[in-house]
Ligand binder design. Structure first.
Ligand SMILES: NC(=O)c1ccc[n+]([C@@H]2O[C@H](COP(=O)([O-])OP(=O)(O)OC[C@H]3O[C@@H](n4cnc5c(N)ncnc54)[C@H](O)[C@@H]3O)[C@@H](O)[C@H]2O)c1
Length: 434
């Protein structure tokens, strides 16, 4: 099939490449010419394991191309995936819809009658119905097909998703989507065919649930800290209950990134518009618990430094919001780094992949070339993004260069027996020191 993908960020670049891998002819569009040039030359503008290799392979087949010309896209394909961003509005909880609206507006005059536009961006419920009316005027259909990929696993999640959700208002739209995903569906991936509103809600409900699970265990960590209990053992024990499950129950610094925080806020904002804000009032608590973990991590750092961070040299390990990504949007690690700096510490940040992004957005922070470099001469090390490079590191690598052996494990992922044995004061959220 001939497909187009509108927006080539984390979602769109992956989707376009994966659709070519399924055998389709794909033309991908972005308004950022630098991004388009980079992708067309086989380079991915962000860190996503496996994507550069697949991109190069697909470019070589001739089935994948990138452009900035929306008219070319309209003439090329009859199925168009909208993958543009829906960030949080400045100073508000609501989603900023101008990229989705702009993408559809620019596409409409170029569409051939009978084309299908497929929304993949995460949007407030009601968006699809509004856009469908706009597309009906040019005799085109709309479907909503939310995306659940995780950064760091994006290629695999796209080619082998847990489920495919198709929000449609006509059988012909379902037929086209089933054709697009035929290879994936044939492997037994569950397909949920539903209306627009349910499809839009599935995505935000899934993110709200995941955020709730993380903040739930972090709330338990707050209790554990006061009563001297151990949140990791607690998570292990409740996780044995199959109804609860152990996944997403790692207490720590909490969630960040370009999705969960802004999605739960946009969901609350939309509920307010619909007059049902009480139904989602609990999400405010989920958000607050999450943000509190950042402040608590700074408190732990202050504690191990004897009550003040002023003048301390602090190494921050991690800048990306999670490992295997260079995405620093709403990164808990960088939030903590900034708060630590504000408290008077001299902070040096190291991340295996996110340094370039961090430098651009936070030029006032100092950056190091390695974990050892960040820790050199330091009084406390903060482990804030659980890259394998950090969790696999032997404490002796840092013991030789630090001035004082204090580590705060914001992710609860370091072997605390090992670090303690090596003479480090090891502190973490929701657990007593040993
Ligand atoms: N990143 C993820 O892990 C992920 C996962 C699932 C869903 N989503 C959702 O997917 C959407 C995109 O997220 P992202 O992380 O890829 O965002 P992103 O900011 O990385 O990418 C968005 C891209 O769209 C481009 N764009 C904006 N307006 C355009 C237009 N009119 N025409 C063509 N291109 C345009 C931008 O230049 C940018 O390259 C969001 O709604 C997000 O919530 C993201």
């Amino acid at each position: 099939m001939k497909l187009s993908v509108i927006g080539t960020g984390y979602l769109g670049a992956t989707h376009a490449t994966a659709m070519a891998a399924l055998g389709h002819d794909v033309l991908a569009l972005d308004i950022d010419p630098a991004k388009v040039a980079l992708l067309q030359s086989g380079r991915v503008p962000f860190h996503e394991p496996g994507l550069p290799e697949l991109l190069q392979e697909m470019l070589a087949t001739g089935r994948l191309r990138f452009t900035t010309d929306v008219a070319e896209v309209g003439a090329f394909a009859d199925v168009h995936f909208v993958c543009v961003g829906t960030p949080q509005k400045k100073g508000e909880y609501a989603a900023d819809m101008r990229f989705v609206d702009g993408a559809v507006e620019s596409l409409v005059p170029c569409l051939r009658a009978g084309s299908l536009v497929v929304g993949k961006s995460t949007v407030p419920v009601g968006t699809a119905e509004r856009l469908a009316a706009q597309l009906a005027e040019v005799e085109c259909d709309l479907a909503w097909n939310p995306e659940f990929l995780r950064e760091g696993h994006a290629v695999d999640d796209t080619l082998r998703p847990d489920r495919i959700v198709m929000g449609v208002d006509a059988e012909r739209s379902e037929k086209v989507l089933r054709e697009v995903y035929a290879t994936v569906v044939d492997t037994g991936v569950p397909v949920v065919v539903t209306d627009f509103a349910t499809a839009e809600l599935v995505k935000v409900a899934a993110n709200a649930f995941l955020a709730t699970k993380i903040s739930f265990i972090n709330a338990m960590a707050e209790v554990c800290e006061v009563v001297g209990a151990d949140v990791t053992q607690l998570a292990d024990a409740i996780g044995h209950d199959a109804r609860i499950g152990r996944r997403f129950l790692d207490a720590g610094l909490g969630f960040g990134g370009g999705c969960l925080p802004k999605d739960i806020r946009a969901f609350m904002a939309r509920a307010g518009e619909l007059g049902i804000d009480q139904a989602l009032a609990f999400l405010k608590q989920i958000d607050d618990i999450n943000v509190r973990r950042r402040a608590r991590t700074v408190d732990l750092a202050r504690d191990v430094c004897g009550g003040s961070l002023a003048g301390m040299r602090v190494a921050v390990l991690g800048a990306a919001f999670k490992p295997d990504s260079d995405d620093i949007r709403d990164s808990p690690a960088l939030d903590v780094a900034l708060a630590t700096q504000k408290a008077g510490a001299a902070v040096r940040v190291y991340d295996p992949q996110a340094m370039d992004n961090a430098r651009v957005v936070f030029p006032t922070l100092a950056y190091a070339s390695s974990a050892v470099d960040a820790a050199r001469g330091g009084g406390v090390v903060l482990h804030l993004t659980e890259w394998a490079e950090f969790t696999a590191m032997h404490p002796s690598a840092l013991s030789a260069v630090v001035r004082q052996r204090h580590i705060v494990d914001g992710r609860n992922k370091l072997d605390r027996e090992l670090w303690t044995r090596e003479g480090w004061t090891h502190r973490t959220l929701g657990r007593r020191s040993i």
